[in-house]
Design a protein around this ligand. Structure first.
Ligand code: FA5
Length: 338
């Protein structure tokens, strides 16, 4: 091979390699270009080097010298391109101040409803009520029958309840409990009087969500059974509970309205003042003798009161939350305020 031809191929190679390294825009593409040109087995530089053997003997020293120069040039171009892209493994050259404070860790906290539930348990615990739990999937007996809600009662309507599609549906329907009053029955079935319990948990109703309704919400149920319990005891306990939770007599007004529940007689609805008007907080009343009989108690011996209050509404009033849906949208910017 003529010397001039070999030298021209070297110049050509240097130019192409430089252009390839300069146009690489990531360490991956640069590595591909490196292998293409400087790869030990079949890189372009290696191929051109093989051509050196075909150069006339007399021209070999000149050709070899130029080959080494061009190879060095290509390696320098690669080093420059590598530096520009950065390998991610650069050594830390900036001084590092070990006395700087660390980045603050974001600490989570309890959901406002969980906080409310805990406060309620505390307050009622101080009034002598023990917290108990019951299942969220209930049967017909505990959600309706034992609560004096007969088969024909509209409260059993499939449009008002989440029935579960079981094979025995018609015989023994199962449903997501629509109220925590189910727990009253479970406790009285297994405990002789006196009874003094509360139960806090989720209940489910196919209600359309609006500012004060949600299809899943929480109730606090209270039940006190003993000799000689009266409506006055019920009103005192509810007032004390509200005043303790809201922080004093002047912080909340509670109003009782005559109402009807199949499982209490007489029954009341309990309202609290809220934004210049009233918001319904829950229902309550004296346990109906039919319910006492259904669980094997003697209504001539013992009487009692029960109440069921909406936890979300009480939490909303306490924190000035005007829409119940905000509690369940899981927007951290909202939740971290509590
Ligand atoms: C009951 O559920 C009765 N079990 C209460 C009761 C217990 C009465 C013991 C007598 C003795 P009511 O359906 O009214 O009652 O619901 C009670 C409270 O739950 C309401 O006052 C309200 O505060 C809350 N509530 C009802 N539906 C919803 C809903 N969809 N979203 C949020 N809160 C609700």
């Amino acid at each position: 091979m003529a010397l001039s031809e070999f030298l021209a191929s070297l110049d050509n190679l240097a130019e192409q390699a430089r252009a390839a390294f300069a146009s690489a825009d990531s360490s991956e593409s640069l590595e591909a270009a490196r292998i293409d040109y400087l790869g030990a087995k079949s890189g372009q530089v290696r191929k051109v080097q093989q051509g050196l053997g075909k150069v006339d003997k007399a021209d070999k020293p000149t050709a070899g010298k130029r080959f080494n120069e061009v190879k060095n040039l290509i390696e320098a171009a690669l080093a420059e391109a590598t530096q520009q892209i950065g390998t991610g493994n650069e050594e830390i050259t900036e001084p590092f101040d070990v006395t700087l404070p660390g980045r603050p860790t974001r600490v989570g906290h309890l959901h406002p409803i969980t906080q409310t539930i805990r406060e309620m348990k505390d307050i009622m615990g101080r009034l002598g009520f023990t917290a108990v739990e019951g299942p969220e999937i209930e049967d017909d007996w505990h959600n309706f029958e034992a609560l004096n809600i007969p088969l024909s009662h509209p409260a059993r309507d499939p449009l008002d309840n989440f029935y579960l599609a079981t094979a025995e549906k018609l015989e023994k329907p199962l449903l997501l409990r629509s109220q925590t009053s189910t727990v009253q029955i479970r406790v009285m079935e297994n405990t002789p009087p006196p009874v003094r319990i509360i139960s806090l948990g989720r209940v489910y109703r196919p209600d359309t969500a609006d500012a004060t309704h949600y299809p899943m919400f929480h109730q606090i149920e209270g039940l006190l059974i003993d000799r000689g319990v009266t409506m006055a005891d019920l009103k005192s306990v509810l007032r004390l509970f509200c005043q303790s939770y809201f922080g004093g007599e002047d912080k909340v007004h509670v109003r009782f309205r005559p109402s009807f529940f199949p499982f209490t007689e007489p029954s009341v609805e309990v309202d609290m003042n809220w934004q210049g008007g009233w918001m319904e907080m829950g229902g309550a009343g004296m346990v109906d003798p039919n319910v006492l009989r259904a669980v094997g108690y003697d209504p001539e011996e013992v009487t009692g009161f029960a109440f069921g209050l909406g936890v979300e509404r009480i939490c909303m009033r306490q924190h000035g939350i005007t829409d119940i849906r905000a509690l369940y949208q899981n927007d951290v910017r909202f939740l971290e305020q509590f």
